[in-house]
Design a protein around this ligand. Structure first.
Ligand SMILES: [Zn+2]
Length: 265
């Protein structure tokens, strides 16, 4: 029996002579895998729906415990991503993170929607790439159950301070005064008494406000804030990336690639 699902191609991997194995993000079943027979042949009718970043209605049938792609149509292909290497490499990182945070057989409507919005935002260059990347990283951390508590200093409870620090492993803020008292103004040891690594990242008021905004904003408004390029953006970006990588406990080859592209442009 034929079935169909709307899905975003997160990864295309060559298999055999002419086939592809697709990793696809769907709303209803999270991450699924589809084998596309003959998809690498120029004559293949499924080739256009098997490309990375393509959001398509995918028709398939099930046989031998696998899903086999039989046809479909493109909803959105984000073609503009191919024209800019930095945007392309950022989009590659975004979909690799999406695959990491999505389970198999688990609903992922929010992750799908956010990932599509993010690819659109990159393609149309609606915000600086550093900002788009950080927003997606924070979203991914929150979606994975690692939402930081950014309301107040975790020690004295103050909400506004000229210098907060993000305590990455404990997922909260500490103000400059409390940090100074805790450490006696000396560098903190690498591991705290509870065995967690001490990763403390400085934030200025704009970076703090941006982190708070992203972690609380509805998806439709999550990119709708401005942060000037420069010091605040650098602190915000560094906090988002460090936070996600340390909570997922892994790196991403696509992130390394994005960083190398950025350095060379
Ligand atoms: Zn404090």
């Amino acid at each position: 029996m034929k079935k169909a699902v709307d899905g975003l191609v997160l990864r295309e991997m060559p298999v055999g002579e002419n086939d592809k194995l697709l990793t696809v993000l769907t709303a209803g079943e999270g991450r699924i895998y589809l084998t596309a027979k003959g998809a690498r042949s120029m004559r293949s009718k499924v080739m256009p729906i098997c490309r990375l970043f393509t959001y398509a209605n995918l028709e398939y049938y099930e046989k031998n415990d696998r899903r086999w792609l039989s046809g479909g149509s493109v909803n959105e292909c984000f073609f503009g991503l191919n024209s800019d290497i930095e945007g392309f490499s950022l989009a590659s990182y975004v979909v690799q993170v999406a695959a990491e945070i999505t389970g198999e057989g688990v609903r992922a409507a929010e992750i799908l929607r956010m990932t599509l919005n993010t690819l659109y935002c990159i393609e149309k260059k609606q915000k600086p790439y550093g900002q788009i990347k950080a927003v997606y990283e924070l979203f991914a951390a929150v979606a994975s159950g690692f939402a930081p508590d950014l309301g107040h200093c975790s020690v004295c409870g103050c909400r506004n301070h000229g210098q907060f620090w993000l305590d990455v492993m404990n997922g909260h803020l500490i103000c400059g005064d409390c940090l100074g008292k805790r450490s006696g103004n000396l560098p903190l040891p690498e591991v705290d008494p509870s065995g967690a690594r001490n990763i403390l990242l400085p934030l200025d008021p704009s970076a703090t406000a941006s982190l708070r905004y992203v972690c609380e904003a509805p998806l439709a408004r999550i990119f709708a804030f401005s942060l000037t390029e420069g010091e605040s953006m650098a602190l915000f970006s560094r906090a988002a990336e460090t936070y996600l990588l340390n909570h997922l406990e892994r790196g991403f080859d696509t992130l390394d690639f994005y960083q190398s592209v950025k350095e060379s442009t």
